[in-house]
Design a protein around this ligand. Structure first.
Ligand SMILES: [Zn+2]
Length: 66
């Protein structure tokens, strides 16, 4: 899964962590203003719309270790 698709699939942070192994913390991510159903777990969660530089680095590193 590319980093671009992560923020276009309406996933919560937990699901991104499970799918990528990136261990993002809340401040690594930017969120929608309102909670919405996650397209992966179906729970009403804060949906990630983007990641900070630190988050990008974690995603990049996690892909290197796959
Ligand atoms: Zn989820």
């Amino acid at each position: 899964m590319s980093r671009t698709s992560i923020v276009h699939r309406q996933l919560c942070r937990e699901c991104i962590n499970v799918q990528t192994g990136a261990r993002l913390i809340p401040r690594d991510c930017r969120y929608w203003h309102y909670p919405a159903p996650c397209s992966c777990c179906g729970e009403i969660r804060h949906i990630v719309t983007g990641v900070t530089l630190t988050g990008r680095w974690k995603l990049f590193r996690s892909r290197l270790m796959e």
